[in-house]
Design a protein around this ligand. Structure first.
Ligand code: SAM
Length: 262
């Protein structure tokens, strides 16, 4: 099943009127959501190339580690939120052998890219569904999935805690939540080098490759505003997850969090 557009539940939400940030810029939640949509519509076509250029290919290793720790097995039902590229969904399906993955993303252009890649990999149609949806308002019944994953998506959410609660709601008891996201370098020198690289080089690469410097400026700023490893683990606990732990990758540039619904 491929649903673009129709799958998104669009109802009035008081949180949409709250003040939030788009990168370093303060703005209303509804406007942020629109701006995030704009960013990913703009970068969708060159998304994979830019990922390789910006991370020097490291994103492939980070994602591989995420797949390794994912608790999927034969017959699992997995949900990959903010699925975009489809990298995680494809990895999960390969690992589980027989099972199903649902890909959701707020942005139709990103989801279409992921769906194309699944078709090329011989997975769609058949073993996966694509559904356009906001990760904070998932159109699934309680306890529908054994694993919920999200890679480099949650920092874009207007309301991170609402997203975490929603992931907890759709997980079956015993289910696993895994989250790969940019975090805080734990080595001081690495932090300085990383800041210089991200604020000076990444927006420049974005401008050269996509002609869109602003979207990559947003990307860098959104990483700095996202809670660090420990704070994010606390938010997971507040959303109801247990047995929470995280591991740093590349000195904390990226962190992989996991937690369970007991
Ligand atoms: N998971 C993919 C990967 O790792 O390659 C894509 C990551 S991309 C950096 C971030 C994705 O989050 C985009 O596809 C964007 O549309 C999606 N996104 C942003 N806000 C979202 C929301 N509120 N709900 C669902 N997806 C969202």
């Amino acid at each position: 099943m491929l649903v673009f557009g129709g799958g998104e539940r669009d109802c009035y939400d008081w949180r949409m009127d709250q003040q939030t940030h788009f990168g370093f810029e303060a703005m209303g939640s509804a406007e942020k959501r629109q701006r995030v949509m704009g960013v990913f519509s703009s970068v969708a076509e060159k998304y994979d190339l830019m990922n390789d250029l910006m991370s020097g290919g490291l994103h492939r290793l980070w994602k591989r580690r995420m797949i390794n720790v994912a608790a999927v097995r034969h017959g699992s039902r997995a949900l990959d939120v903010a699925a975009g590229s489809g990298d995680i969904a494809i990895g999960l399906l390969k690992k589980m052998g027989d099972g199903r993955v649902v890909l959701t993303d707020l942005n139709g252009a990103m989801l279409a890219g992921g769906a194309r890649r699944m078709v090329d990999a011989g997975i769609l149609p058949g073993r996966a569904d694509c559904l356009q949806s906001d990760g904070t308002k998932l159109p699934f019944a309680d306890e529908s999935f054994d694993v919920v994953s999200i890679a480099f998506g949650i920092r874009n959410f207007v309301d991170i805690e609402a997203g975490l609660k929603e992931f907890h709601r759709v997980l079956a008891p015993g289910g696993q939540f895994i989250c790969l996201e940019f975090s805080r370098p734990v080595l001081p020198l690495l932090g300085i080098a990383y800041d210089a690289y991200s604020f000076n080089i990444i927006p420049q690469i974005g401008e050269w490759v996509t002609g869109d410097r602003a979207s990559y400026q947003y990307l860098v700023e959104s990483i700095r505003r996202f809670p660090d490893q420990k704070r994010f683990a606390k938010l997971m606990g507040r959303a109801g997850f247990d047995l929470i732990r995280y591991e740093n990758m590349t000195g904390g540039v990226v962190a992989l969090h996991r937690g369970y619904k007991i």
